[in-house]
Design a protein around this ligand. Structure first.
Ligand code: B12
Length: 215
C-alpha cells in the first residue's frame, strides 16, 4: 500500500505530511482510515530500522510527526461520548515505552463510551495488579510493541490468577508486534493489532452488540 500520508511520513516530509492529514480531515475522510495510513507509515519506518536503513533518530522523528498528526485527528476520534459502557485499565508493560498505539486505542475507546484508566508506559507487574484491585476494570488492555514485554504481560496475568482477580476480568493484548500466539502465552482473552477491531472486541466483552466497527 502506498499513499501520500504514509509516503510523506516515511520520508519525514513534515509539510506535505501535515497538509495531507489536514486536507483529508477537511474532506471528511474517516479518521480511522487516517490512523491506518499513519500506522502503515510507521510499519514502513520500522522495516527500514530493522534492515539498518534508518537509525533510532529516524524512529524518533517519525514518532514526533505521528504525534503531531494525532493532535489533529484526535478531536474527530473522540466523537460522541454517551453513557459509560464499561471500564478499561490500560498500560504498556514493563520493558516497553511505546505508547502511540495505546493512546489511539484509549481515545477510540473513550469515544465509544468506555471509561479508560491509563497507567502509562513501562508499568511494573505489581502496579497493574494493584490497579486491577483499586479500579476494578471490566477489561485489562496491554499495549506491547517489543517482544520482551510478552514476559511482563504473562507475569501480570499469572499474578492476577493467583490472587483470584482473573475470573471476572477480560484481558486484551494489542500492539504492532503481537500475534495470536501471544494470546495463549499470556493467557489473555483476545489479541489485535487494530484499534477498531479492539474496540469491537471490548464492546463484546461488556455485552454490547458488535457490528459497525468490525471492518
Ligand atoms: C515509533 C517507534 C518507536 C518510538 C516510540 C515512540 C512512542 N512514544 O511510542 C521510539 C523511537 C521511542 C522507539 C524506541 C524503541 N524501539 Co521502536 N518502534 C517504533 C515503530 C517504528 C512504530 C510503532 C508505532 O507506534 N506504530 C504505530 C501504532 C499506531 O501502531 P500500534 O502500536 O500497533 O497500535 C495500533 C494497534 O496495534 C492498536 N493497539 C495498540 N495498543 C493497543 C492496546 C489495546 C488494548 C488494543 C485493543 C489495541 C491496541 O491500536 C493502534 C491503532 O490501530 C515500530 C515499528 C513497527 N513495525 O511497529 C518500532 C519497533 C516497535 N521498535 C523496536 C525497537 C527495537 C525499539 C528500541 C528497543 C530501539 C532501541 N535500540 O532503543 C526502543 C525501545 C525502547 C523500549 N524499551 O521500549 C522494534 C521492536 C522489535 C521487537 N520485536 O521487539 C520495532 C518493531 C522496530 C523493528 N522492526 O525493529 N520506537
Amino acid at each position: 500500500m502506498s499513499n501520500i500520508i504514509s509516503d510523506a511520513l516515511v520520508k519525514f516530509d513534515r509539510d506535505v505530511f501535515l497538509e495531507a492529514v489536514k486536507k483529508a480531515l477537511n474532506d471528511g475522510t474517516d479518521p480511522m482510515v487516517l490512523v491506518r495510513d499513519l500506522q502503515e507509515g510507521m510499519r514502513l519506518v520500522g522495516e527500514r530500522f530493522k534492515t539498518g536503513n534508518y537509525f533510532l533518530s529516524e524512529l524518533m522523528m517519525s514518532a514526533d510527526l505521528f504525534s503531531q498528526a494525532m493532535k489533529l485527528i484526535e478531536p474527530k476520534l473522540e466523537g460522541m461520548v454517551r453513557e459509560t459502557i464499561g471500564k478499561i485499565l490500560i498500560g504498556t508493560p514493563k520493558g516497553d515505552i511505546h505508547d502511540l498505539g495505546k493512546n489511539i486505542f484509549s481515545t477510540v475507546a473513550k469515544g465509544a463510551g468506555f471509561e479508560v484508566v491509563d497507567l502509562g508506559v513501562d508499568v511494573p507487574a505489581e502496579r497493574f495488579v494493584e490497579a486491577v484491585e483499586d479500579v476494578k476494570p471490566d477489561i485489562l488492555g496491554f499495549s506491547a510493541l517489543i517482544t520482551t514485554a510478552f514476559e511482563s504481560m504473562k507475569t501480570v496475568a499469572d499474578a492476577l490468577t493467583e490472587r483470584g482477580l482473573r475470573d471476572d476480568l477480560k484481558i486484551i493484548v494489542g500492539g504492532g508486534v503481537t500475534i495470536d500466539k501471544v494470546l495463549t502465552y499470556v493467557g489473555a482473552d483476545a489479541q489485535t493489532i487494530d484499534a477498531v477491531e479492539g474496540l469491537a472486541l471490548c464492546r463484546k466483552f461488556v455485552g454490547q452488540s458488535v457490528g459497525a466497527e468490525k471492518i
